[in-house]
Structure formats: C-alpha cells, structure tokens
Design a protein around this ligand. Structure first.
Ligand SMILES: [Zn+2]
Length: 211
C-alpha cells in the first residue's frame, strides 16, 4: 500500500514515478501546501495548490490519493509561469522542512532522507512537464467537479490556523490533526467554523441548519 505520483499514468517498471508510503505522502503534501500558500499569487498558481490540497487520505481513503502530473490543471497560457512556480514552491518546501516553527505547527519532524527523496522526485516530475504534455480537458474536468461553495469561487480563502489554501475538502492539515479516520461530512461541517468563521460559502450553512 502507498501512493504513486506518476508523470502521465503510463507507468513502466523503474520509471521516474514517485512511490511513497502513505505517511510520506502526507508529509510531502503538508510541506508543499505550506510552501505554496505563501508563494501562490496568481489564479492558476492558487489552483495548483487547491488541486494538491484535495489529496486528503483521511477523507479519500488511505493509499488512494496518487495522481499524475498531467492531471493537474495546466493551461497553455500560464504554463511556463506555473511550472516555475511549482519548482520554486518545491524548493521552498525543502527550506520549511528545517524550520522548528513548522515542525511545531505540524506536530511532527520529517525524516530528512525521506522528505528529500519525495521532494526530489516531485521536482523531477514537474521539471519534465512541457507545454506539449498539457491535456487541455483537465482544467475543465477538474472545475466541473467544483460545487458553488468551492473555495476557488470564493477568493481562495486560507485556513486561519495553518495558512494553507482551502480545497473543496477544507484544510488538509486540520483534517489530519482531527485524528479521525475516515473523516465524515459532519466532521468537515464542524471544521468549517475554524476555516471560515461566520463567512462560510453558500452551501456550508445549509447542512448545518439540518443538524
Ligand atoms: Zn488548518
């Protein structure tokens, strides 16, 4: 069991796919999300971070959050800038792995050789991406699953505690730190107060009033 980030799902033996334990997958994502939250400026950069923020094993299932780099919401117009952003974001994530205040925020210290392996593998896959690899239908497919209360339609709010961009599921770090598995929709509803205060997007309050 574990998760794989491949380049384009066409995986061959000993290729450059990044294979990780379930635990290391969470560590990689936590650091990418914290790094990207500080660096993402443009709409497309924020979308990349929200895409990564949806890979929450506590919600989706342990060992089920693998994806391909070509699944990400790449667009021809912003391709070069987005790839540079992702490489810079991954490099900055490596700096964060050394910072005691980040260890305190996450509640764990990553094993250096493990997180570096994951960051190296992720950066190599991003570096391999070219404009010719863009699958034009991917952003539309991803957006088609976004409901009206999706954070991408509400100004890309961030978790008040962890500062990461909220995904359709919320804050991955809050969800993981709740210690619940699997996390149920009602757990998410309760956490929305933490993320949005009284300003939860339309749709969040609807469920709450029926509880
Ligand atoms: Zn949080």
């Amino acid at each position: 069991m574990g998760n794989m980030i491949s380049f384009n799902h066409r995986v061959t033996k000993d290729d450059d796919s990044l294979t990780m334990s379930n635990g290391l997958t969470d560590v990689l994502l936590d650091y990418l999300l914290l790094s990207g939250a500080k660096l993402a400026q443009t709409e497309s950069e924020k979308r990349m971070m929200v895409f990564l923020g949806e890979k929450v094993q506590s919600c989706c299932g342990i060992g089920t959050v693998g994806f391909a780099i070509t699944d990400m919401p790449w667009q021809p117009e912003t391709f070069a800038a987005d790839r540079s952003f992702l490489l810079h974001m991954t490099a900055h994530a490596r700096d964060l792995t050394l910072q005691p205040e980040i260890h305190a925020l996450l509640g764990y210290v990553p094993r250096k050789e493990h997180i570096n392996y994951a960051l190296d593998g992720f950066a190599a896959l991003i570096a391999r991406m070219t404009a010719a690899d863009i699958q034009p239908e991917k952003p539309a497919e991803w957006l088609a699953r976004a409901t009206p209360d999706h954070p991408i339609y509400h100004g890309y709010p961030k978790c008040r505690r962890h500062g990461i961009l909220l995904s359709s599921l919320g804050c991955k770090i809050c969800i993981d730190q709740s210690g619940k598995y699997p996390v149920m929709p009602e757990d998410i509803e309760h956490m929305k107060h933490l993320w949005y205060g009284d300003a939860a997007p339309q749709g969040a309050d609807t469920n709450e009033s029926t509880q």
